[in-house]
Design a binder for this molecule. Sequence first.
Ligand code: IPM
Ligand code: MG
Length: 368
Amino acid sequence: MGKFSLLILPGDGIGPEVMTEVKRVIDWFEQRRKIIFNVEEDLVGGCAYDKYGTPLSDSTMNKAHKVDAVLLGAVGGPIYEKLHFDKQPERGLLRLRKEMDLYANLRPAQCFDALADFSSLKKDIVSGLDIMIVRELTSGIYFGEPRGIEGHGDNRVGINTTRYTTNEIRRVARSAFELARKRDNRLCSMEKANVMESGVLWREELKYVHENEYPDVELSHMYADAGAMQLVRWPKQFDVIVTDNLFGDILSDCAAMLTGSLGMLPSASLGTLMDSGLPKALYEPVHGSAPDIAGLGQANPCACILSFAMALRYSFDKGNEATYLEQAVQNVLSEGFRTKDLIQASKGKEVSTSEMGDAIINNLEKMR
Ligand code: IPM
Ligand code: MG
């Protein structure tokens, strides 16, 4: 079997700590499952700025283009907040997304049984929750022109532009319809067609792709504000949600919190197909760099480990191995292992980042 190439970018804050546990999981798959990875490691975010003067160097960008998948920890931290906008850690991540053209961002929000008590919503509203948010990731207001701050003194104006082309909407719509077909066959599209022309176009194009290519999938539309309300009122009504870059950023954080912890949620960002037939891809946990707990061994490695599971599924065509790893994480939670972020409301044994890694690897061994 050929080797899979993987570029690991641990980044800032808790990124390196959680990535250390992922690397142990990768070793396990190499040794026990004979899935061989060619792993390279590099810098992104604040640590890249410290070393190269830029949050993502051209050489790292080139490596990212060549590998089968990129796995990223987290970027950012308070010491970088005063940097010029173009040098901030987040720009490194946005450059990766844009230049790799990773237009479909998959953010599953799944409520683990063992954590259902931990949600800020009532248990019966979230238990068994399993939704998938597909966020458009390379366009919209994040990248639209014109943008900037103009004028002087008391007369300045800040400008950003939401802009979507037909093609940009259709391609992410197709990704979402494809996912829906593999799940409960229902897709809900969210925009603000009542206020924004880009939302009107979004809705028209969703209907077009539906009628012409996916008439078998059930399609519905919601204004994004109503969608936010429905997400906290009765989230289980949704299967797959597709939305633009900005609404997707907000709605996915909201959906994440339903599940009890941001520390549990992975994501995959997928682009066009490479020669291998697999999509360009970047995997990262939904949580941030959590500078307040960086280096303390308290971070939850599950989201990053589950991001690697998504890589097994979407980049390495190893769906069964992905399910196996996801099962190990679920078992460990059922057995009561809890990193600090999971401890307050739900009972269990408090463990460190590396003890959580140990527990997951022990479980992989046990199930073997
Ligand atoms: C996310 C984050 C990023 C975003 C930041 C870090 C640039 O919030 O991935 O959701 O806004 O897209
Ligand atoms: Mg966000």
